[in-house]
Ligand binder design. Structure first.
Ligand SMILES: Nc1ncnc2c1ncn2[C@@H]1O[C@H](COP(=O)(O)OP(=O)(O)OP(=O)(O)O)[C@@H](O)[C@H]1O
Length: 984
């Protein structure tokens, strides 16, 4: 056993193969409801005398008189006699010292140079608890404190006669079956309540998901807490307490052993499909190998994310400690302190209120101290942020609580944030009465996604070939060989053929390849279909038809995609259909155009009368409460009623959510969103459809797949790939999507291809066809020669007749126009921007608008987020340009526009093009355009990449080239006096 000391039950000596993922907010929710808010937590957060430092004192929070009586009835008489007194005094001294150390340690645990240099990736995790050697003393102390607090709460629950809850607190039941996950989830709020040692946040994040480590600490702390109670004569024999016995039972349970096992154990092979046992064993082995490989890669990727997050947290500047006097609050908040502008940091916030949004989102309203306004900030809804307590100048920040911006108040003084923690949790309670800072962190490691991916893999391994798994045939198709799937067909267990479409589809609306895909997709006995389609070949349009027809044939459909933008795109397409659709997901990340289909809005509308009545009753009761404060028993009764009222609302909300989702014919969410318990709790779906599947890592696809009987994956492996941070994980295969892997299986048996594109002028499509699709992408005659000028109200100019345009920031004789150099984003995001290019883009937008092109038909894209931000700011200055969409290439995948302008940004003497050189990204960027693409770039830099050089050559050959100087078409005055370029 490594590092940590094993306690008497010996359970922690067992090992674990897999670190456990962080908990989801929803699972937190479940655990939070188990947590007890002690009376001393009401303000200013959890008391560390009860939580992190000292043992439970005799004034243990026993809330009810009955509970107190029960507890005292079990108490032995206090220790008597001089020896006993001496012993007690000695113990008290020790406790005081320990308490002081622990309290002081919050601030004082300074990592040694050696500790500070521990790399997250180097921390090897197996079934042994991680100890000082791996984590260093500060992180170990941090875990001990968190587990001490949990153990105290655990023991306290027993004393209060709430033993039935102890089982849940240990994670026995839900979640426990998948490797102690329940326990890890329940431990998180306690851990996060303790400030993480500065500079070691990534290590803390890593350690706090490792079940053997947490369990080991927990049992030692519980033993100490119980022994203290025994010393204080609150209990007679700590070993005989129900808490300790339950812990021992738990440590001996199969689920604990499974969670701390060093290598995955081969399970008994069941062949739910009736396949020969020998064959099923081979399949199971493949699944196990796959799960092992993917889990390792996910862990490597997670480590890379954590290290990146750590770097970002370290990079967020904090004011010098002696600068407090120079920077009073008013200065910090109202004068846009440089670091606030640069780093998207807002300091000096106070918690005003908290509420629970639908689906358990924990919304917290922060307001700037005093009468100040928020500083200028680029924070916007949906941005991931880190919330920390700090002093008035923003220094001394504590451990990071993850969340995202929900909205910015219209008063300019407030910001609402959705946190993974909620009121009543030790973590959350820490925020009250403190000065808070919020930092936007680009690469904040998304624990929820990691956890859900890991969980999906575990479920795949555990249930994949079990009869009760609705998707067993999908699993067999993907892990069996061709012989297996043919055997399944011969035995009429599955069918690979097409369904008859007679009378179902208007055949003139679709081409042959599309009709074939629809016919295959409607075959209820076909477990899996991959629809591969290059840009504009009608995948999304076809999916709309497929979803409608599947519902028509009585199927319930779960539709997912890797990104919120892609899901919303599908919701938009289904918006006007007769289908009963519900979009599940984080409201702050759902586009406002489709929010009326979101679960939150649907449920809120249904409950509006109920909520009005609820508010009325609540305010009446509050009034009554104020009137009878002196009458304790009456006040207690009213409080009880208030509590009951709150419970009724929660229950009603739960019931309504269930009803809405059970009645929905189509449920839509992101891949990871499909792990939300509100979806999980539903009966399995008949069909799962994953759009943009080429952009998703395979583990994330297993989240929805395991919830349906059959599955359709649609996408294009030549468009955007999953984003992977770690080179090692990428090389290991995490970047290969399921779509790509499955397309190559069984000689392409699972796949059907779409071949005709209906979006682009042929000059645009032919580049993509040649570069990406081996010349196989054909253009429909209906679009092959369409131009901007063919649209109503568009004037005849050379631009509106030009499908491809290069706006080059290099002069004809080779030098760069002034102001067209690239710049690194000073906010430390690693992104680039180019002001000269931004000017040229704005000019070109106006050229198009004054040519009669509608702003809503224009999309501006850049691969760089800093440039997108700059372009948005520039275009926001012109009301005429409102409606022009400005987006990163990644977020525009799946969309289209008549005219597309791409700002390439990079301009340097080294010829560095960064991820512009990613052919898949450039394929997406160019193929969003229907009639016109303008590429704004420094040709000299871009041409260093051969792929991009061929793109420029193609434009020169089939389009036009202009040397574009920033401001040459009228600059800021263009709104009033457009200089339309003449036809040349
Ligand atoms: N059979 C068809 N006849 C006419 N228009 C079609 C047909 N199929 C698709 N389209 C049109 O082609 C355009 C592209 O379709 P869609 O967006 O569904 O393609 P996609 O394959 O999803 O593209 P991408 O992969 O680039 O997101 C849409 O405007 C759509 O209406």
């Amino acid at each position: 056993m490594k590092g940590a000391v094993c306690c008497s039950c010996g359970a922690a000596a067992l090992g674990s193969a897999m670190p456990l993922p962080l908990p989801s907010p929803s699972w937190f929710r479940a655990s939070y409801s188990q947590l007890r808010v002690h009376s001393n937590h009401k303000q200013g957060g959890i008391s560390h005398s009860a939580s992190s430092a000292g043992p439970l004192s005799p004034s243990l929070p026993i809330r009810t008189a009955a509970g107190r009586a029960r507890a005292s009835a079990a108490l032995p008489p206090p220790l008597a006699g001089p020896r006993a007194k001496r012993k007690r005094r000695k113990k008290q001294k020790e406790e005081a010292a320990a308490s002081a150390t622990a309290e002081g340690s919050e601030e004082e645990c300074v990592p040694s140079a050696e500790e500070a240099s521990i790399s997250v990736g180097a921390v090897y995790q197996n079934g042994d608890p991680l100890g000082r050697r791996e984590l260093g003393k500060c992180v170990v102390r941090w875990i001990s404190q968190g587990m001490r607090s949990m153990a105290s709460d655990f023991a306290s629950a027993e004393l209060q006669g709430e033993f039935s809850e102890l089982r849940q607190r240990l994670g026995v039941g839900h979640g426990a079956s998948i490797g102690g996950l329940g326990f890890v989830i329940r431990a998180q709020p306690y851990l996060y309540a303790v400030p993480m040692p500065k500079g070691l946040e990534a290590l803390c994040f890593k350690a706090c998901t490792h079940y053997p480590t947490l369990f080991d600490h927990f049992q030692r702390e519980l033993r100490d807490v119980l022994q203290d109670l025994q010393r204080q004569a609150v209990i007679t024999d700590w070993r005989a307490t129900q808490s300790w016995m339950l812990l021992k039972d738990f440590a001996n349970s199969a689920q604990h052993r499974a969670a701390v096992r060093k290598t995955p154990q081969s399970k008994a092979v069941h062949s739910g499909l009736g396949i020969e046992l020998k064959k099923a064993k081979v399949m199971l082995k493949k699944i196990e190998d796959f799960v092992k490989q993917m889990s390792d890669l996910l862990r490597i990727e997670r480590d890379a994310e954590l290290e990146f997050t750590q770097e970002e947290l370290n990079a967020v500047p904090t004011p010098e400690s002696n600068s407090d006097l120079l920077k009073p609050i008013e200065y910090l908040v109202s004068h846009g302190q440089a670091q606030q502008e640069q780093c998207d940091t807002i300091c000096n916030l106070n918690v005003i209120s908290s509420s629970t949004g639908l689906g358990g989102l924990h919304l917290v309203l922060f307001k700037v101290e005093g009468n100040n306004r928020l500083p200028p900030t680029t924070l916007s809804p949906g941005d991931m942020i880190c919330v920390r307590t700090c002093n008035s100048s923003g220094a001394g920040a504590t451990s990071c609580m993850q969340g995202f911006v929900y909205n910015l108040g219209e008063d300019g003084r407030s910001i609402t944030v959705a946190l993974e923690s909620r009121h009543g949790d030790p973590t959350f309670s820490k925020l009250f009465g403190k000065s808070i800072r919020i930092d936007r962190i680009q690469g904040l490691a998304d624990s929820l996604t990691y956890e859900r991916n890991c969980e999906a893999l575990m479920l795949l391994q555990k249930n994949g070939l079990q009869k009760r798994n609705p998707s067993i045939a999908v699993v067999a198709s993907l892990f069996g060989d061709k012989e297996d799937i043919m055997w399944l067909e011969q035995n009429h267990l599955i069918e690979w053929g097409e369904s008859k479409l007679d009378g179902l589809v208007k055949k003139e609306k679709f081409d042959d390849s599309q009709l074939k895909a629809i016919a295959l997709g409607l075959n209820k006995k076909r477990p899996l279909l991959i629809i591969q389609g290059p840009p504009g070949t009608g995948k999304t349009r076809l999916l709309k038809e497929l979803i409608t027809l599947a519902v028509q044939q009585g199927e319930r459909v779960l539709v997912t995609a890797p990104t919120n933008a892609a899901v919303d795109n599908l919701v938009e397409r289904l918006y006007d259909s007769w289908l009963n659709i519900v979009r599940v997901g984080n409201p702050a990340r759902i586009s406002s155009t489709v929010s009326s289909k979101s679960l939150e809005e649907i449920v809120n509308n249904r409950l509006s009368d109920f909520k009005k009545e609820f508010e009325r009753k609540k305010s009446d009761l509050r009034k009554d409460l104020r009137l009878c404060l002196k009458d304790d028993s009456l006040a207690a009764g009213i409080r009880q009623l208030l509590k009951q009222l709150g419970k009724t609302l929660k229950k009603k909300e739960k019931e309504t959510i269930k009803e809405v989702l059970s009645n929905a014919q189509v449920v839509l969410s992101t891949n990871t969103g499909a792990a939300d318990p509100v979806i999980r709790r539903l009966d399995s779906f008949d069909l799962v459809i994953i759009d943009e599947a080429g952009q998703a890592i395979e583990p994330s696809c297993w989240i929805p797949i395991l919830q349906g009987k059959r599955c359709i994956l649609a996408g294009d492996q030549c468009q955007l790939a999953p984003v992977i941070l770690s080179r090692k994980a990428l090389e290991g295969g995490l970047g290969m999507s399921l779509l790509e892997r499955a397309s190559a299986l069984h000689d392409g048996w699972l796949t059907t291809r779409l071949t005709i594109q209906y979006r682009m002028h042929d000059a645009i499509a032919s580049w993509a066809s040649k570069e990406m699709y081996e010349g196989l992408l054909k253009s429909s005659p209906t679009v092959s020669s369409h131009l901007l000028v063919d649209s109503p109200f568009v004037k005849v100019t050379w631009i509106t007749q030009c499908p491809l345009l290069l706006l080059d920031t290099r002069m004809p004789y080779g030098s760069l126009y002034v102001g067209c150099e690239e710049h690194l984003d000073p906010a430390g995001t690693g992104s680039f921007y180019n002001e000269g290019e931004a000017d040229i883009v704005v000019q070109h937008v106006f050229n198009l608008i004054y040519s009669g092109v509608s702003p809503t038909a224009i999309a501006v894209q850049s691969p760089y987020i800093a440039q997108v931000q700059l372009l948005r700011d520039r275009l926001d200055e012109y009301p005429e340009a409102s409606g022009v969409e400005v987006a990163t290439v990644d977020s525009f995948q799946g969309r289209e526009a008549d005219a597309v302008i791409i700002s390439m940004v990079r301009s340097n003497t080294l010829g560095a093009v960064g991820f512009l050189g990613d052919s898949r990204r450039m394929n997406v960027a160019v193929t969003r355009a229907r009639k016109h693409v303008a590429v704004v770039c420094d040709s000299s830099t871009i041409c260093h990449n051969t792929f991009l050089a061929r793109l420029l050559r193609h434009i020169r050959r089939y389009g036009r080239v202009k040397h574009a100087e920033p401001g040459s078409f009228g600059g800021s005055g263009m709104g009033s006096s457009p200089m339309l370029p003449s036809i040349s």
